[in-house]
Design a protein. Structure first.
Length: 309
């Protein structure tokens, strides 16, 4: 089985935790303990979020006034290396020594005319109260948006168009390598007027990029791992109920939060519709049952309507 797992940001840093290297290391270790249970016999690709990490690097960079701030594409590349290193080491400590690992810096093409550049929506960095957020927005020229009862910086999140490193990812998989790639949705890049590739100030949604990655690799299953056991209808209301199985068309008729479950549902539906293969949204702790088809919200074109748990 060729399996793509998209790790949510909670796998690396839980909400409210300090942005320390040790906290991230501890969370990666816990995530890898779950992945190691299903890794044997699989061609495994791991993607991951980077919102808190790229936001922290941006803050640290801004605090150093001797140079201009590094752009988000460069910071995204830095987080791919850092997080990939931790995943390689922690998962490598659990799997047989003979299993090879590779972390690939992954450039992803976006459209410079994407309307997302005019409407920043992707949260990055830590959470702030309203007073802090408004002050930072005024000082730094940030766009901010509500995140629950708090606020976060938001940046442009254009749709991924093409993954440039798809061929070396394929080659590594064929040699039995566990590949960590497309971290944080990949490094956003565009072609300039001279057809030269360059980075652009944005952060791509990791779930949409993971769906594109899984599609282009011919994956048998896409797992979007998050901190809830499934996608829920009427989330947060007394009428909420977990969705067990759904056809993409039926699922897309429901309403999901744009900043959290919405992109996951969109990515899962696109993968299922484009490939005919299933995608599952669920908790990383349920990974064995998810792979067996017994947990999470399973999205497939071979399912009629919606089934609830």
């Amino acid at each position: 089985m060729r399996l793509v797992i998209a790790l949510g940001g909670n796998a690396l840093l839980r909400r409210g935790e300090a942005l320390s290297a040790q906290n991230q290391r501890d969370n990666v270790r816990s995530a890898c303990a779950q992945i190691a249970r299903i890794a044997p016999g699989k061609q495994l690709v791991i993607a991951h979020g980077n919102g808190p990490q790229v936001g922290l690097l941006a803050l640290q960079n801004a605090a150093y006034g001797a140079t201009d701030a590094y752009p988000l594409d460069v910071l995204g590349a830095e987080t791919e290396g850092m997080i990939g290193y931790m995943i390689e080491q922690e998962l490598g400590n659990l799997l047989p020594f003979e299993v090879p690992f590779a972390t690939l810096l992954t450039q992803v093409e976006v459209d410079p005319a994407d309307p997302a550049f005019a409407h920043p929506s992707k949260p990055i960095g830590p959470v702030y109260n309203q007073e802090q957020a408004q002050r930072l927005a005024a000082e730094k020229g940030w766009s901010i948006a509500a995140d629950g009862d708090n606020f976060r910086r938001v940046v442009a999140s254009p749709r991924p168009q093409r993954i440039f490193e798809i061929r070396p990812i394929q080659w590594l998989l064929e040699k039995g390598t566990v590949v960590i790639c497309a971290g944080g949705g990949g490094i956003p890049t565009v072609y300039d007027e001279n057809r030269k590739l360059k980075g652009i100030e944005a952060v791509i949604d990791k779930d949409l990029c993971s769906a594109l990655l899984a599609e282009q690799l011919g994956a048998d299953l896409l797992v979007i791992a998050t901190d809830v056991s499934a996608a829920f209808a009427d989330w947060g209301l007394p009428t909420q109920k977990a969705i067990a199985r759904a056809h993409p068309d039926a699922l897309e008729r429901l309403s999901f939060a744009a900043g959290s479950m919405g992109p996951k549902v969109q990515a899962a539906c696109e993968f299922a519709r484009h490939t005919g293969k299933p995608a599952v949204i669920g908790a990383l702790a349920d990974i064995e049952a998810i792979v067996e088809g017994k947990a999470g919200t399973r999205i497939s074109t071979h399912i009629s309507g919606i089934e609830y748990r």
